[in-house]
Design a binder for this molecule. Structure first.
Ligand code: ATP
Ligand code: MG
Length: 174
């Protein structure tokens, strides 16, 4: 799967709508401390379904919404749209939006879907919010210290079989 474009609005420090085109090849994001580089990676994880406060460096779900500054009021929603080309070369557009007091909702190619559907879309393409391809600041040290079971999970995700576990858990719960 190739991420082509990212649109952000009200997500963390990206208060005004911003659009980033990601060309094939290596992309570098540079800027001073605190300018939002890590927030970009978190936006990718978030639209892929991430909810863990630790991965998102947030306290609660709504902490990803622009919180306001001395000069700017807070926003009522955050939205991230990810455009990608999937493993089969099909265009994919995934949207996640959260509104204060209303929780978050997902769309895939314009259709309302459940969070689980989004997880499967990415797991089947051997990627997702926990993909080893998304390396957060300080992550390398964590991988080195990981327990064998955790390392196995990373390998399963890289091998593209993580989606099978989601489906098995689903089947077992029925
Ligand atoms: P470094 O080079 O230090 O790693 P960085 O470019 O990765 O910096 P980020 O960590 O992405 O920077 O951005 C941090 C900034 O995002 C901080 O200024 C923080 O106040 C801002 N920020 C995070 N969440 C929100 C929010 N909900 N509302 C407004 N600003 C936010
Ligand atoms: Mg950073």
């Amino acid at each position: 799967m190739l991420i082509r474009k990212l649109k952000l609005s009200g997500f963390k420090s990206f208060v005004e709508p911003a659009e980033l085109r990601i060309d094939p090849g290596l992309t570098g994001v540079v800027g001073p401390n605190g300018c939002g580089k890590s927030n970009l990676l978190e936006a990718i994880r978030w639209v892929m379904g991430e909810n863990s406060p630790k991965s998102l460096r947030s306290g609660g779900m709504e902490d990803v919404i622009f919180a306001g500054t001395a000069r700017r009021p807070q926003r009522d929603f955050a939205e991230v749209v990810l455009h990608a080309t999937d493993g089969e070369g099909e265009e994919l557009e995934v949207t996640r939006r959260i509104e204060r007091g209303a929780g978050s909702a997902y769309r895939v190619n314009g259709r309302d879907v459940r969070a689980k559907d989004v997880t499967l879309v990415f797991a089947d393409a051997a990627t997702g919010a926990h993909s080893p391809a998304l390396v957060s600041q300080g992550k390398i040290a964590q991988v080195i210290a990981a327990k064998p079971a955790e390392r196995r999970m990373m390998l399963e995700e890289a091998a593209g079989i993580a989606g099978l576990h989601v489906r098995r858990r689903d089947a077992e719960n029925k």
